[in-house]
Design a binder for this molecule. Structure first.
Ligand code: C2E
Ligand code: CA
Ligand code: CA
Length: 675
């Protein structure tokens, strides 16, 4: 395939082109030869014909002059006086001269036309005639001059003889000449036909040579290439309609087949998603992934009936289309079978692996609904199944929700460009002294119509639309700008906490990017806390998130575990010495007073942190009693509405001023009895 690069001509093509050029030159030469020969032959025929007509006229004239000569000779014979004799002699001589001139013209024309037989004949005829004429002339002159009766008699005799001869010879010569003309024209025609045959022969030979040298190889190459092209077209068509790995129809093909059904014919669709395939591809390799896909394809082929259709519509998704009347329950049962069959563990290359399978179901029973819409509905139900697990039957509110989410994603994209995304900051303080220890940056969307929106509304949508990275960039840039400004204004903000998604932490260049951003504001890693949700931690040392965290910790960044106590990682994530603070989730703080068990758990978490020489900060502190209790439990830091709500960067300096005033006056810290 790579041979057929653009602008590249193969050696074979070059040779073919050379041959074609040769063939064209040969054809050109042959054509000019044919044309030249044709022109020559035509010219000869026309010329011969013209000269023949003229010759005949001339010969006719010669006959007339000959008749006149005979008359003059007779007059000469009967001349009664020398004067009469002289006159007749002069007239005879003049007729003789004209005869000779005409004869000469006939001869020269014949010579020019070039027929040798005619030339010989004419040479003989007029020459013999001329000799005789000369003789008669001489006699007439003598007779005229001498006026001797004997001489006159001789001249008369000679004239009579001449008259007879001229008559006879001219007659004969004329018929000979006409005969000759015919023969000559016939021979000319023979020659022309011979020439035509020769030309045809040459043309045939040239064509054969051209055929052998150029046309045949070109035609056979064209035939070969056309064949190859048709084969390639078949391959492309196959690739366009079938999946290369499983040989199953692809989405296009499936849709085309489903569209041949009546638009209200019973049809159920199972959109089957292999959830963990991507992770298996990246961890165990794509060979394992492909084995699993083939395994799924084989199993799906066995689950339905013969009229059911299986298609691979995506790298990690199949569709089982059921073109028969099956009710919702029946479809759900089929989905369960698929989940059990395709999701069962199998051994691939010595490792036992299994796929998590989720299924979206949609169906039309007697309802008019295009197949494409049914597939789209099953796909929507599948996204819900991804969140909930198992199988989910489509309902119309799912589509509305999806449309709303898409709309939000669209608006969010515009909001990013329009600068509507901004950080707000929530203060964190030391539980014992009330001294500000830092601020946490929390993202806000300043919506032109709906006001300030909090991240629970849009962050998940941003992640799904893959624009969370851009929001993260804005948060980093604008938060660091704010911190640099506060520092410049002498505000005591020792540290800034930023929230990072697991996706952001999978970026191996994150550390370098943070360092670069800090450097622009003369800040250092010690000024920044990286908050990682406990749920984002996968307890595998090879996980990219763990690797990034280790790199960040080594570079001097503070690492905090957010929402501690709610994720699955729990204690295991503290194995590493990279964590510098635990953020105890708001749900513990909220129930601190209500449930003694929660209080014991919170105390245990704080003690655990201290044992590991890690700070503990409580989130969501709303009341003075919560504050006091947490302080008694030994909690190091506090954050919550009770201390300060998240606020815009410009609102922080007045808040700090007020907080510092109250703190130094001692009126800020809750007293033990207060509450
Ligand atoms: P989080 O990191 O646990 O942030 C604390 C959340 O609790 C904030 O909600 C904050 O406004 C709220 N909060 C603080 N004190 C109190 C309190 O006393 N009572 C109550 N009821 N709530 C309190 P917010 O700003 O809506 O953020 C929600 C979550 O969104 C955050 O939870 C964090 O997980 C995520 N988030 C916020 N900003 C960002 C960001 O820039 N990047 C990333 N990746 N996630 C962010
Ligand atoms: Ca946080
Ligand atoms: Ca939190």
């Amino acid at each position: 395939m790579d041979q057929v690069g653009e602008g590249r001509v193969s050696d074979e093509d070059k040779q073919l082109w050379a041959r074609l050029r040769l063939a064209m030159v040969a054809t050109l030469v042959m054509c000019s030869l044919l044309f030249g020969a044709g022109y020559f032959a035509f010219d000869r025929i026309v010329q011969a014909n013209n000269s023949s007509v003229e010759q005949v006229a001339r010969i006719e004239r010669m006959r007339l002059i000959a008749d006149r000569l005979a008359d003059e000779a007779a007059t000469l014979q009967t001349a009664s006086s020398p004067a009469h004799g002289m006159l007749a002699q002069e007239r005879f001589a003049s007729a003789l001269g004209e005869f000779a001139r005409t004869a000469a013209l006939v001869i020269s024309t014949t010579l020019r036309v070039g027929d040798p037989a005619q030339v010989a004949l004419l040479r003989r005829q007029p020459h013999g005639l001329a000799a005789m004429l000369e003789e008669a002339h001489a006699l007439a002159v003598t007779a005229g001059e001498t006026r001797d009766p004997a001489a006159a008699r001789d001249a008369r005799r000679a004239s009579r003889k001449l008259s007879r001869l001229v008559g006879r010879r001219i007659d004969r010569g004329l018929s000979d000449l006409i005969q000759l003309k015919k023969t000559y024209l016939a021979s000319l025609a023979d020659r022309v036909s011979l020439m035509a045959k020769a030309v045809a022969g040459i043309a045939l030979a040239t064509f054969l040579i051209i055929w052998r040298l150029a046309l045949r190889p070109i035609l056979s190459t064209v035939a070969e290439r056309t064949h190859a092209l048709m084969a390639a077209k078949d391959d492309v068509e196959r690739a366009l309609l079938f999946d290369g790995l499983t040989g199953l129809p692809n989405r296009r093909n499936l849709l085309a087949r489903l569209e041949t059904l009546e638009i209200d014919a019973p049809l159920g669709v199972l959109h089957i998603d292999l959830v963990g395939l991507h992770a298996i591809n990246t961890t165990l390799g794509w060979e394992t992934g492909e084995r699993l896909v083939s395994f799924a394809a084989d199993n799906l082929g066995e689950i339905g009936l013969s009229e059911d259709l299986v298609a691979r519509v995506n790298a990690d998704a199949f569709v089982l289309a059921i073109p028969r009347a099956v009710d919702a329950e029946g479809l759900q049962d089929l989905a369960v079978t698929v989940i059990e069959q395709v999701g069962r563990p199998i051994e691939v290359f010595g490792t036992t692996v299994r796929l998590e399978v989720v299924i979206g179901i949609a169906a039309r029973q007697g309802r008019v609904e295009p197949a494409a819409k049914l597939l789209a509905n099953a796909d929507i139900a599948r996204s819900r199944a991804r969140e909930e697990g198992g199988s989910v039957y489509f309902s119309t509110d799912m589509r509305q929700r999806l449309a709303a989410r898409r709309q939000t994603a669209q608006e969010l994209m515009q909001a990013i460009v329009a600068g509507e995304i901004e950080p707000h900051f929530q203060p964190q303080i030391d539980a014992k002294t009330g001294i500000i220890t830092g601020v946490e940056a929390l993202v806000r969307w300043r919506h032109p119509q709906r006001g300030l929106l909090n991240p629970l509304f849009f962050l998940e949508i941003a992640e799904k639309a893959h624009i969370d990275g851009r929001i993260g960039d804005i948060m980093l840039r604008r938060s660091l700008e704010a911190l640099a400004d506060w520092r410049a204004a002498g505000l005591p903000i020792p540290r800034l906490s930023l929230n990072f998604t697991a996706h952001a932490l999978r970026n191996p260049d994150l550390c370098a990017q943070l360092m670069f951003a800090l450097d622009r504001h003369d800040l250092s890693p010690a000024d920044l806390s990286v908050e990682v949700l406990e749920s984002a931690l996968i307890l595998d040392d090879d996980d990219p998130v763990m690797k990034t965290i280790e790199v960040l910790a080594a570079a001097g960044f503070h690492i905090e575990i957010d929402d501690f106590g709610t994720g699955h990682a729990a204690l295991s994530c503290l194995r590493h010495q990279t964590v510098s603070r635990l953020k105890i989730d708001r749900s513990f703080v909220r129930d601190l007073h209500l449930r003694p068990r929660i209080r014991q758990m919170t105390e245990a978490m704080i003690q655990l942190a201290h044992t590991l020489e890690i700070e503990a900060l409580a989130e969501g502190v709303e009341t003075q009693s919560e504050w006091r209790l947490l302080r008694e439990l030994g909690c190091d830091g506090l954050q919550g509405f009770g201390i300060g709500k998240p606020m815009a960067a410009s609102d922080l300096p007045p808040w700090v001023e007020q907080h510092e005033r109250r703190r130094t006056k001692g009126g800020f810290l809750p007293r033990a009895a207060n509450g």
